[in-house]
Design a protein around this ligand. Structure first.
Ligand code: MEV
Length: 315
């Protein structure tokens, strides 16, 4: 083998982030933004050096080596390219774990097993934040729209929804409000909140679950009005947790005032921005103008594409 390229998509949480860490469901969707890992016999940086300098890549490699019983050659050529914004709630680290494990398994001649790739990526993610729900690696591995629920660490259930985001829904505009904290920091902040407000948290989790269910129904029924109401409802619930910044809230309120709906997606952020905000409005121009007013660069992505896939294999 002289070259292998494997890619994995970025993701968005349409509903249920954070609650999914506590066993409630989330609806997650893949995007057309992708991360590519290329392994070569020679060219590129040597994998051994990259590992030494990047604890997450080292953790992914260690999980692979342990499970597959195959030491990774430190001379292996390694390169990443990506269009997924980093640390913005779009699953860039899950995409890296999934694509790298997929590429390594191809390089060393193992069968293509998305289920195993997902599980190993989940183990690697847990080295970043111990309480990972596993929803990120699952959607990045399988693609499409996923109904996901972690019952127990060894019992993670998901269902690939057999429908798409309806074509008649207005396209989503994404805005990266950036963030300072890591996903682990934000998951820990929610854990602290849960300890302090146990009763409210139980009610909140239930409200998240109802919202996730209604949103899934809205996608199924192609009911855009209900879908938008659930985006707003999910955002309001997230605002009760310490995960949404003042800046992101101000932008989201402006979108709502202009007749649209918006929510953060993924872990969020409080110190500065809250990562990527999903916005929707019947007139895209309104969203672009608002983003401009707030100094954000809007961008678009197609939702619901392929999960992990082999792009190239050269003997
Ligand atoms: C992060 O993308 C989503 C969270 O729900 C954490 C997780 O599910 O592991 C915040």
């Amino acid at each position: 083998m002289s070259k292998v390229t494997v890619s994995a998509p970025g993701k968005l949480h349409l509903s249920g982030e954070h609650a999914v860490v506590y066993g409630n469901p989330a609806v997650v969707v893949s995007t057309s933004l992708r991360l590519y890992v290329t392994l070569t016999a020679s060219a590129g940086s040597a994998f051994g050096d990259v590992r030494k300098n990047d604890p997450f890549i080292d953790a992914i490699a260690a999980v692979f080596e342990k499970k597959m019983g195959k030491p990774i050659a430190s001379s292996l050529g390694f390169a990443i390219t990506s269009t997924i914004p980093v640390g913005a709630g779009m699953g860039s680290s899950a995409a890296l774990a999934v694509a790298l494990i997929g590429a390594l398994s191809q390089w060393y001649g193992f069968p293509w097993e998305p289920k195993l790739i997902n599980e190993l990526a989940y183990q690697a993610e847990k080295t970043k934040h111990i309480n990972s729900s596993g929803s990120d690696p699952a959607i990045v591995t399988h693609g499409g729209i996923l109904w996901y629920r972690r019952e127990l660490d060894f019992l993670k259930t998901f269902w690939l929804l057999p429908f798409k985001i309806p074509k008649m829904f207005a396209p989503f505009v994404l805005v990266n409000t950036k963030r300072k904290e890591s996903t682990g920091d934000l998951v820990s902040a929610v854990a602290k909140y849960q300890k302090l407000h146990e009763r409210q948290f139980i009610l909140l989790r239930d409200a998240f679950e109802q919202t996730t269910k209604q949103m899934t129904q809205a996608i199924h029924d192609e009911d855009e009005q209900l879908f938008r109401r659930m985006i707003t409802q999910n955002q309001r619930l997230l605002e009760k947790l310490p995960v949404v910044s003042r800046e992101a809230t101000a932008f989201i309120r402006a979108v709502e005032k202009a007749g649209g709906a918006a929510k953060i997606s993924g872990a969020g952020g409080v110190a500065k921005g809250s990562g990527v905000v999903i916005t929707t409005h019947s007139e895209i121009g309104v969203l672009q103008q608002l983003a401009d007013t707030f100094g954000y660069k809007p961008f678009q992505t197609v939702l619901g594409g392929d999960g992990v896939r082999v792009e190239q294999m050269t003997a």
